[in-house]
Design a protein around this ligand. Structure first.
Ligand code: CDT
Length: 326
C-alpha cells in the first residue's frame, strides 16, 4: 500500500503585539477546521505562532518579557488546539516561546527561555519537542537597525539536538520518520544532514523572516530573501531525500514586513505547493513517502557514499579560517 500523508502548511498572517493568544488560537482553529474539510492529517503552524514576533521589541529587563512565553503546554489558551487534534484526528506542529525551570549545564535549576516547536499526534500527545539551535540576530539594542532582531537576547541555544522520531500520523499506523527545525535552522545544511542521518522522511519548520535584511552591509535585492528561503528548503529536502513543510508568519506585523511564500517541497527538491497570500492560508499536499526511497538508495545513499573522515572540520571548527597562501 502506498505510504501517503496529507499535510497542511497553515500560514498565519500578522499577529499584532496587541493580539491575545485567544485570537491567535481561534485563527489556528479555523485553519484546522478547514484542514478537516480538505482531508489534512497533519497541520503545520509557524514559529512563535501564538504571539507577535516579539524579538523585534527591546525590553531591558528580561523578567518583564515573561508574558511572551508559555510555561505549560497545553495551557488554558492552547488546550483548544489539542482538543481539535483529537476531534479531527489531526496531528499538529506548533512553534512557541518556552519558559522552563530546569537544570543548566552546571546542574543548577534556573529559569530558561527557548524558541521551541512541538509535534502533537492525533491523540493530543506531544511526541516530539525541539528547541531552536541557530539563533540569529543580536543580544543588545542596535541603534543602527530600524527593526530589532533580539533572538540572542530572548532565547538560549536549544539543548535537544535535532531529534527525529518515528511515530504514527494520519493514515500511517506503521509510523513516519519526522523531525523539526525552526526558521534560521533551514539555512544550515548541518541541521538537515543530522536529521538525514536519522532517516527523516518529513521535516516541519516554521519561520518569521523579515522582507528586508537589516544586517546586509551592502544592498540585497528583495526578491533574494524569498529565493534564499526556498533554496535552503529545496536543497535540504533534495540532499536528504525527505519532504519539507516550511510555514511562514506573514504580512505587516507591528509595522515590520514578514514575507510569506510558505511551501511544501518533495524529496526531489521541487516545490509542490505554495501560499500566494500574506494572510492566514492553508496549503495542502498529499505526500507520497515512498518518494524518499529514490534519493536514499542512489545518489544520497549515505552508507555507501559519505566520507566523514574528510568532514572533521564541520564539528571541530566554528568560524572560517583563511587558506594557506601558496
Ligand atoms: N526567525 C528567524 O530565525 N528569522 C531569520 C531572519 C534573521 S534576520 C536577523 C531567518 O533566517 O529567516
Amino acid at each position: 500500500m502506498a505510504r501517503r500523508i496529507t499535510v497542511g502548511a497553515a500560514q498565519l498572517g500578522a499577529i499584532q503585539k496587541s493580539d491575545s493568544r485567544k485570537v491567535a488560537v481561534e485563527r489556528m482553529l479555523a485553519l484546522m477546521a478547514e484542514g478537516e474539510r480538505r482531508g489534512v492529517e497533519l497541520i503545520v503552524f509557524p514559529e512563535l505562532a501564538l504571539t507577535t514576533f516579539f524579538p523585534r521589541h527591546y525590553i531591558e529587563n528580561l523578567e518583564e518579557a515573561d508574558h511572551w512565553y508559555e510555561t505549560a503546554m497545553p495551557s488554558n489558551e492552547t488546550a483548544p488546539l489539542f482538543e481539535a487534534a483529537r476531534r479531527y484526528r489531526m496531528g499538529f506542529h506548533l512553534g512557541y516561546a518556552e519558559l522552563a525551570h530546569e537544570p543548566d549545564e552546571t546542574g543548577q535549576v534556573r529559569k530558561r527561555r527557548f524558541n521551541t516547536a512541538i509535534l502533537v499526534n492525533p491523540d493530543g500527545r506531544i511526541v516530539l519537542k525541539y528547541r531552536k539551535v541557530h539563533l540569529p540576530g543580536h543580544a543588545e539594542f542596535d541603534p543602527a537597525r530600524r527593526v530589532q532582531h533580539l533572538e540572542k537576547r530572548y532565547f538560549e541555544v536549544g539543548n535537544l539536538g535535532f531529534p527525529v522520531v518515528r511515530t504514527p500520523m494520519g493514515r500511517r499506523d506503521e509510523g513516519i520518520n519526522m523531525g523539526l527545525m525552526i526558521c534560521n535552522d533551514r539555512r544550515w545544511p548541518e541541521a538537515w544532514r543530522v536529521m538525514g542521518l536519522q532517516s527523516v522522511e518529513l521535516v516541519m519548520l516554521g519561520y518569521n523572516t523579515p522582507s528586508i535584511n537589516q544586517e546586509a552591509k551592502g544592498w540585497e535585492a528583495h526578491h533574494l530573501r524569498v529565493f534564499h528561503s526556498h533554496l535552503s528548503v529545496q536543497a535540504g529536502c533534495y540532499q536528504n531525500a525527505c519532504w519539507g513543510v516550511a510555514v511562514a508568519k506573514a504580512g505587516i506585523e507591528d509595522g515590520a514586513e514578514l514575507f510569506g511564500h510558505s511551501i511544501i517541497v518533495n524529496p526531489q527538491g521541487e516545490i509542490v505547493a505554495m501560499a500566494d497570500t500574506w494572510e492566514d492560508q492553508l496549503v495542502t499536499y498529499d505526500c507520497d513517502l515512498e518518494m524518499c526511497r529514490l534519493g536514499r538508495t542512489s545518489i544520497f545513499n549515505f552508507a555507501a557514499h559519505r566520507r566523514p573522515e574528510h568532514y572533521t572540520r564541520i564539528t571541530a571548527q566554528v568560524g572560517a579560517v583563511e587558506p594557506p597562501v601558496v
